[in-house]
Ligand binder design. Structure first.
Ligand code: 0A1
Ligand code: ZN
Length: 886
């Protein structure tokens, strides 16, 4: 406390302050006696002074948090209290430690009291750990930083009846009985690892088993541990795991390196999953799937996340991060790898659209908001706030661009070199770029700006055509972001082609490299002015502008590149919707506007009309829809309200909502017969399948159902809901009903709840559907937060209601009354006392107040200030709130 009695703000950690640790840990032997409220952890650390660290006499620093120290013994002698310096945050500092020493500590912790879900906690009565990023310090005293890599043995001890299963990292190394109904099991992990990859899972779980033989002949025993009764829901996850293992061998020559690979699925988890060495821990959402309970999107999510965690075994575990500023070294690269894997499993084009849609929905807004940061951040207050779309998704885009620049073969050589050089090391993003540079002979120093600069680059196109000579001028600029007012040009790979007036390619497709602020690219010998098809496959994460509506319409119909066809139809719809929003705003005096969710053409006496150009594009898409149903479903979806808002300097959530609802209804009416025909044609006759083709057919069929619903035709949805035999169709139908004023709405919601009340993952969907419905206002969302099935301690449930409402129901969240903001702030405050990581994540939507009008902006700020004023706020929530207010 300072003299004014204000608590001092939590410290900022800076990348430039990195110093190697004074001591390394060669060996860790843990003995953990599990107990719900009094778990005992004995740790024996074999320490060695780090030859690479400055200061030959520096003290040993151990992190620690929420630990009760019972004893500390150095080289056999108990350490008296006066030799233990206490660090802020709960750590210990020990002076005068010899260059080689053994430290033994014993601590007591309470898993039951751990609602933070970091460290050792209980989920459904089972013990589980989460150590990334800084959870290991909540288990024992340790230099809890990723550049300390050690070999671990773990002995677990627990009541046999309560905990028949005892799992940790590495290979099993013995088990046995103990007095009083207790038993033990020992695990040895031969690979050195950072503490964030440590894991324990113990409890009454059952294993689904399989095996995998690596290409060099190692037999790996695979197991997925789940709650009894969920054994039948692991098939897709297991299949995804085996395909991932094979793919990494075939694509990168990377084999698995232990005798066992275990996965455990738990219901209470802060994130999607965790790549602990040999013992991945998953949110059940990314393991369990049955046709009746999981949607096609869930199936796809499982495949992706299982692959992602498995791929971390090499990119993250064998080669890890020196410090947390390097997080994208493992995350960007591993997302790139899982995207590539999923693309190889089915339609690469459709997978790319989905990835780009997600990037734009989550990362572009982040890059334009108060939390904007480079892929390799320069500073943080709470590292958990930097598990972001920028570090993950934009990080993956940067790796993808690097591969495009140096070529697939050089990239593979670069990966080999990276792993050969750095196996069992904790390294930096620079080390990765250097490996790619050395393997390819390409200078990547300028390219590294992509890691250092925040903000989404904006590309502008100009054209000139005369005497068969076409000049394409590309200009780039990156807007200022917090702490980075000036930006340098970045190398932008632009995959492109030229389309002639008849719709044919009239030049060899090329990869242009825009390196300067502005460059001309000249094409000779053309018979007529072509239309440029740019950023094919979304070759760079940038915003492109400068094409006319006419050109976009042309590309949507004729481009040979599926991505650009989709993109052009989306850009066309975006431009159209923005014009309609402007028209609506200029028609009406703001104060009197009352827009209702029905999306009817008339509100406040105003009318909207369906633009014929958009109708024509939709008609053309429908005409070819059955050629590629998955693609058609993506292309038929109008850009989201959030995406439209992001294109405006000052958004108008009500007008955007009105326009989008109107268009959905108007298109639904215009093409009612074709949507109805599609819905009938695509009805699945055969057995339920989850291959890309089947998923695509259901996606298109349900897109048709949604358009019909928007047009007021809910009869089909009622019938589909009543007869659905899989969750994809059931949920699609329920969504139509929930968004409608059909009398069947309440009954359907009640029936769904009654049927699935024992299935937490399905109940999450029930909350989410309502949270995202335009018919749910803040008061209704608040009422749902008082539902007996709502639970602030379960992150999935919090995300399913609070996260879905704030991020997926813009009209209600931004209600002019400010009630949406108040609801979110209330939830953040309540959550911060339970789970600070989840609380801090929920703050983001309030940060985008600069995009809202003055009245809304003031209300958003007021809520941020209300949160900031709470005594005892966590440092994570403090960081998000204070940066959002800046
Ligand atoms: N490394 C994991 C993500 C993860 C990060 C933090 C966690 O707890 C706070 C949990 C998981 C991944 O990329 O999958
Ligand atoms: Zn990851």
């Amino acid at each position: 406390m300072s003299s004014t009695d204000q608590p001092s703000p939590p410290p900022t950690i800076r990348r430039e302050d990195y110093r190697p640790p004074a001591f390394l840990v060669e060996q860790v032997d843990l003995h953990i006696a599990l107990h719900p409220t009094a778990t005992r952890v004995r740790a024996r650390l074999a320490l060695r002074r780090n030859p690479d660290a400055a200061g030959a006499a520096a003290a040993l620093e151990l992190d620690g948090e929420a630990l009760r120290l019972l004893s500390a013994v150095l080289d056999g002698a108990p350490l008296p209290e006066d030799r233990l310096g206490h660090l802020p945050g709960g750590g210990l500092r020990i002076e005068g430690v010899p260059d080689a020493a053994v430290l033994e500590t014993e601590v007591e912790i309470s898993p039951e009291a751990n609602s933070e879900l970091s460290g050792l906690y209980l989920s459904g009565g089972n013990y589980v750990t989460q150590c990334e990023a800084e959870g290991f310090r909540r288990i024992t005293y340790f230099p809890d930083r990723p550049d300390v890599m050690a070999r671990y043995t773990t002995t677990l001890e627990a009541d046999r009846a309560a905990c028949p299963v005892l799992l940790s990292n590495g290979n099993p190394d013995g088990a046995g009985e103990l007095p009083d109904g207790r038993h033990w099991a020992r695990w040895v992990d031969p690979h050195p690892k950072p503490s964030y990859l440590f894991a324990v899972v113990a409890g009454d779980l059952v294993a689904v088993r399989d095996s995998f033989t690596t290409r060099s002949g190692r037999e790996v025993a695979l197991a997925i541990y789940v709650r009894r009764g969920d054994e039948d829901a692991c098939g897709h996850a297991m299949d995804s795991l085996k395909r991932s293992m094979r793919w990494d061998e075939e694509t990168y020559g990377l084999e698995y390196d232990l005798d066992v690979f275990n996965i455990a699925a738990v219901s209470d988890f802060n994130m999607g999953a965790m790549e602990n060495k040999g013992l991945n821990v998953f949110n059940t959402k990314y393991i369990l799937a049955r046709p009746e309970t999981a949607t096609d999107m869930d199936y796809e999510g499982i495949e992706t996340v299982v692959a992602h965690e498995y791929f971390h075994n090499w990119t993250g575990n064998r080669v890890t991060c020196r410090d947390w500023f390097q997080l994208s070294l493992k995350e960007g690269l591993t997302v790139f790898r899982d995207q590539h894997f999923s693309a190889d499993q089915g339609s690469a084009a459709v997978k790319r659209l989905a990835d780009v849609r997600r990037l734009r929905a989550a990362q572009f807004p982040e890059d334009a908001g108060p939390m904007a940061h480079p892929v390799r951040p320069d500073s943080y207050v709470e590292i958990n706030n930097f598990y972001t779309a920028t570090v993950y998704q934009k990080g993956a885009e940067v790796v993808r661009m690097m591969r495009a620049l140096i070529g697939a073969e050089n990239f593979r050589r670069g990966m080999d070199l990276y792993i050969a050089r750095h196996d069992n090391q904790a390294v930096t993003i620079e080390d990765f770029v250097r490996a790619m540079q050395d393997a390819s002979g390409t200078d990547l120093s300028r390219f590294s700006r992509w890691y250092a600069q925040a903000g989404t680059p904006e590309l502008r196109v100009r054209e000139a055509f005369a005497d068969g000579r076409y000049t394409l001028t590309l200009a780039q600029s990156t807007p200022p972001t917090p702490g980075q007012p000036e930006k340098l040009p970045v190398p932008v790979p632009v995959a492109m082609g030229l389309i002639g007036p008849e719709g044919a390619e009239v030049a060899e497709p090329r990869l242009l490299l825009l390196e300067e602020a502005e460059q001309d690219f000249v094409f000779e010998g053309l018979a007529a002015k072509p239309v440029p098809s740019l950023l094919r496959g979304f070759s760079a994460p940038v915003k492109l502008s400068g094409l006319t509506l006419e050109q976009l319409g042309f590309l949507a119909a004729h481009d040979t590149d599926a991505f650009v066809r989709w993109e052009s139809s989306q850009q066309y719809a975006t431009a159209t919707m923005l014009a309609m929003v402007e028209a609506l705003r200029s028609q009406e005096p703001k104060a009197e506007r009352a827009v209702h969710a029905s999306g009817d053409a008339a509100f406040s006496g105003r009318t909207l009309e369906l633009p014929e150009g958009l109708a024509a594009i939709t008609g053309a898409l429908l005409g070819r829809a059955l050629e590629d149903p998955a693609f058609a479903a993506e292309a038929l979806a109008l850009p989201s309200e959030e995406f439209i808002a992001d294109q405006m300097t000052i958004a108008d959530p009500e007008a955007i909502h009105a326009v989008r609802q109107f268009l959905r209804g108007a298109l639904g009416r215009r093409f009612a017969a074709r949507f109805a025909a599609l819905h009938e044609t695509l009805a699945d006759a055969g057995p339920y399948r989850t291959d890309g083709a089947a998923i695509g057919r259901r996606a298109l069929r349900n897109a048709a159902l949604a358009y019909l619903g928007a047009a007021g035709e809910t009869g089909r949805a009622e019938a589909q809901f009543a007869g659905a035999t899989n969750m994809t169709d059931s949920l699609a139908a329920l969504r139509v009903l929930v968004d409608s004023d059909s009398p069947a709405r309440e009954q359907a919601l009640a029936a769904f709840h009654a049927r699935w009340k024992e299935e937490p993952l399905v109940l999450d969907k029930w909350f989410t559907l309502q949270a995202m419905s335009p018919r749910t206002d803040a008061a209704a969302a608040e009422a749902l937060s008082r539902h007996p099935d709502f639970d602030l301690r379960n992150p999935n449930r919090v995300r399913s209601l609070v996260g879905a409402f704030a991020a997926g129901n813009p009209a209600a969240f931004h209600a002019a009354s400010g009630e949406g903001y108040r609801f979110l702030a209330d939830m953040v405050i309540a959550l911060d006392a339970v789970n600070t990581q989840v609380a801090a994540r929920m703050v983001s939507p309030l940060g985008h107040w600069k995009r809202q009008d003055a009245a809304r902006g003031a209300r958003m700020r007021a809520e941020l200030e209300r949160i900031a004023a709470r005594p005892g706020l966590s440092k994570g929530t403090y960081e998000k709130v204070s940066k959002s207010l800046a």
